[in-house]
Design a protein around this ligand. Structure first.
Ligand SMILES: Cc1ncc(COP(=O)(O)O)c(C=O)c1O
Length: 310
């Protein structure tokens, strides 16, 4: 499968000595918050393949969906601008009175925004389908989080990159699971001796326990890799619902910021670190751990989050 370069790769893999000491493991941070496109994040890797696929199909309009503060939406808007395509974003909820966080960037990148009144996955995906029909042949609709086998190829390459950067394989890799596409790509390509812990932050209608292995198998097939044999480890730290702020994620944001000067976010990476802390305390995770920093910091400046994390 072809790819269009959109990300600054490879991203650094950094030791985090003060955070390691606080957690009681050796922690390395894979800095996919530094992929560069539109302030960075994991979706740049997926978009390299999705945009290439859209071009190969002769499409000229990307359609993405997500919550009001979707990082995937923001990065899709930037990717579309970069390759000269149009971008439509289907966003959960109602148009807010104040434009903050990722929404500011969606506007700056010139995307057309559609608010569907609800953050429900099915409503968002129905919104994408309806829009794709209205826009016709040039439209390239993507599921929430770009979670297709094509998108997940980005994390097949990330897995290879991580292995090449490490002198010895780690015991664990920890990642936030929103749509599960990142986890699926990693599962398709990391050596099975590296256990992957996915921290569920979204509780999708089809649960990750089903979604991720199915998508990993499709991704491995597309990448020409053997069927994934790694075990699925999941832990739910969503809180009451997708996007809700939990005290443990605020504590994790403060811990990473105050030990390493590292910015996490309240929706994804803060919950991932909170999940890792809980897994260490519970005795599941020990040894050397790679924390995949998937980005998300623009949400720190959004209404509803800025007040509670500061
Ligand atoms: C910052 C951030 N981290 C993690 C994720 C989760 O990635 P995935 O949807 O591939 O599970 C997303 C997107 O959903 C994200 O925006």
């Amino acid at each position: 499968m072809s790819r269009i370069p959109l990300a600054q790769l490879p991203t650094p893999l950094e030791e985090a000595p003060r955070l390691s000491e606080a957690l009681g493991v050796r922690l390395l941070v894979k800095r996919d918050d530094l992929t560069g496109l539109a302030l960075g994040g994991n979706k740049a890797r997926k978009l390299e393949h999705l945009v290439a696929d859209a071009c190969a199909q002769g499409c000229d309009t990307l359609i993405a969906a997500g919550g009001l503060q979707s990082n995937f939406a923001r990065m899709t808007a930037a990717a579309a601008a970069r390759v000269g395509m149009r971008c439509h974003l289907v966003l959960g909820g109602h148009a807010p009175e104040r434009v903050t966080g990722n929404l500011v960037l969606d506007h700056i990148f010139g995307a057309t925004l559609h608010f569907v009144g609800s953050g429900d996955w099915r409503v968002l995906e129905a919104g994408v389908e309806k829009l794709a029909q209205e826009l016709g042949r040039g439209a390239y609709p993507m599921p929430i989080g770009g979670a297709t086998a094509v998108g997940a190829l980005g994390y097949v390459h990330a897995a290879d990159e991580i292995v090449a950067q490490l002198p010895a394989l780690p015991d664990w890799l920890v990642v936030a699971d929103g749509s599960g596409g990142t986890h699926a790509g990693l599962l398709a390509a990391l050596p099975t001796s590296i256990k992957i812990l996915g921290i569920d932050v979204a509780r999708p209608p089809v649960p990750h326990r089903q979604r991720i292995p199915a998508l990993a198998a499709q991704t491995a097939q597309l990448a020409g890799r053997p069927l994934p044999g790694g075990e699925l480890h999941l832990s739910d730290h969503t809180g009451t619902k997708y996007g809700s702020v939990t005290q443990e994620s605020i504590d994790a944001i403060h811990l990473a910021a105050r030990t390493e000067g590292l910015l996490l976010d309240p929706v994804y990476s803060g919950k991932a670190l909170a999940g890792l802390r809980a897994a260490i305390r519970g005795g599941l995770v020990s040894g050397t751990v790679v924390f995949l920093h998937t980005g998300g910091a623009p949400a720190l400046f959004a209404d509803g989050y800025a007040e509670v994390v500061s």
